[in-house]
Design a protein around this ligand. Structure first.
Ligand code: SF4
Length: 471
């Protein structure tokens, strides 16, 4: 569908009737190109820039990454390439990567903790991947955290300070078009646009663009429109104002058009006023979601006890076995409880068989020979959603007592490629674990508590009946 031209929205009689919703949402790419070839006029650009900047100056949210200034604790060190621009760039970078993961409110906490630990790029460059993963725990997409660390190390090793323009920023691991545009415009005032989901929504509505916003050609055109609008004197503020509008007023489901500073320039609003069948939320078109892949895994929380009476009381003498995931792929380099992929749904017997095989091969943990089982129970299951995978996780608890010394047992294992460690309960609680691993641990803890209270209730009942029998 073509967007409505500027002259058409001026007069009611000149507006074309929009195509039905179905038809709009499945426009061919060719049509989509024509759809947005219609760029902003000079008058529109001038009006939108002025209105948005004025609105932003009075309404911007107070967010920690917007007030990066010199502090007493961390003085600006120009000679180390840590001037205000660099500090700002670092803050924008960290916050933008975090904002790609979750909501602003959640990011604020993570951001503040991150900056307390690594206030500058140089501090971050000295961190270990393990520390970074711990700090990132719960945000998901750990690859992005790893890129932040690798990028910081690369910039510091380069010795030329923070890259200041988009073309140089794009050479840093993990920095793509959007983050490069945000850093360059906000921290170094390069006149470049940014396009994220919020910007796409605002532009799609301003221009009544109904093409699929995920289509590559369409995305390119959104960048062209955003580049037209960016203010040459205040590029960073303008880009933030556009994103801020999308985040606060021009929201996906319930836009606040009556408070919008650019409502006079909004074609979607004009069209929706004339035709009740057309909703503002029809723009941008909903893209069809990719089908998620179903995967299945069995997780075994292996608790190694030094005591036979573990279940009944003190657990301080036990440790948990953690395995490090491979350095590539999903959740690369992160710690988890021993797990095996199952290929398809599997009954308990098969799950245990696969798990036994893994434990025996990797650690010589063999219930027949090297350990005695104090408890082995199926704890439950849950589904963990990744962007493209629905992972069904079966959880079991295995508490064992080793027959040999633990170091002998593990040093003789076959799985030389498996990196592992044993941690006690206290260490486990403070470790930065992925939300999936944390969920497994919580399930197991709840299971043990329930079991304990059932056991104590049964014991009380036995004692009471003994007493009443003897009286
Ligand atoms: S008028 Fe409404 S739909 Fe248009 S840009 Fe403003 S908030 Fe978004």
């Amino acid at each position: 569908m073509r967007s409505t031209s500027r002259s058409q929205v001026r007069g009611k009689e000149m507006l074309p009737k929009p195509k039905p919703k179905e038809q709009r949402q499945h426009s061919a790419t060719k049509e989509a190109v024509a759809d947005i070839e219609d760029l902003f006029s000079d008058k529109e650009i001038h009006k939108i820039r002025a209105s948005l900047l004025d609105w932003y100056d009075h309404n911007q949210r107070d967010l920690p990454w917007r007030r990066i200034t010199q502090t007493k604790e961390i003085p600006v060190k120009e000679e180390e390439g840590e001037g205000e621009g660099e500090r700002r760039a670092y803050g924008v970078w960290v916050s933008e990567v975090m904002l790609q993961q979750t909501r602003v409110q959640t990011v604020i906490d993570y951001y503040n903790r991150w900056m307390l630990k690594w206030p500058t790029l140089h501090h971050l460059a000295q961190a270990s991947l393990e520390e970074v993963n711990e700090m990132w725990a719960g945000l998901g997409y750990y690859r992005r955290a790893r890129f932040l660390l690798e990028g910081a190390r690369m910039i510091v090793a380069g010795g030329d300070g923070f890259p200041k323009i988009v073309s140089s920023l794009l050479k840093v691991p993990g920095i793509g078009d959007y983050t490069a545009g945000a850093i360059a415009s906000i921290a170094f005032k390069e006149v470049v646009p940014v396009v994220d989901g919020n910007v796409i929504r605002v532009l799609a509505r301003l221009k009544a663009i109904s093409a699929n916003p995920k289509d590559k050609v369409t995305v390119k055109k959104f960048w062209k429109l955003a580049a037209q609008l960016v203010d040459p004197h205040r590029p960073g503020d303008f880009n933030q104002s556009l994103m801020e509008l999308g985040a606060t007023l021009c929201t996906p489901l319930n836009p606040s058009c009556s408070s919008c500073p650019v409502s006079g320039e909004c074609r979607a609003l004009a069209i929706s006023k004339l035709d009740k069948l057309v909703l503002i939320t029809d723009y941008p078109a909903k893209s069809i979601k990719l089908k998620q892949r179903h995967e299945f895994s069995a997780v075994c929380v292996v608790e190694i006890s030094g005591r036979q009476d573990l279940i009944e009381g003190d657990q301080s003498n036990s440790v948990f076995l953690l395995v490090k995931r491979p350095d590539e792929g999903l959740l690369a380099g992160l710690w988890e409880f021993p797990s095996v992929m199952l290929g398809k749904e599997a009954a308990l017997t098969r799950r245990r068989k696969e798990m036994n095989c893994f434990l025996k091969k990797s650690f010589r943990l063999d219930p027949q020979r090297t350990c005695s089982i104090l408890l082995r129970e199926d704890v439950g299951e849950f589904t963990h959603i990744f962007s493209h995978i629905r992972l069904k996780v079966y959880v079991e608890l295995l508490i064992v007592h080793l027959k040999d010394d633990m170091s002998d047992l593990f040093s003789m294992r076959d799985g030389e490629n498996t990196t592992w460690k044993c941690v006690d309960r206290e260490a486990l609680s403070s470790l930065g674990l992925t939300s999936g691993v944390r969920k497994v641990y919580t399930m197991v803890q709840k299971f043990k508590q329930n079991r304990l209270s059932t056991a104590s209730a049964a014991a009380r009942k036995r004692t009471n009946s003994k007493k009443s029998g003897s009286s």
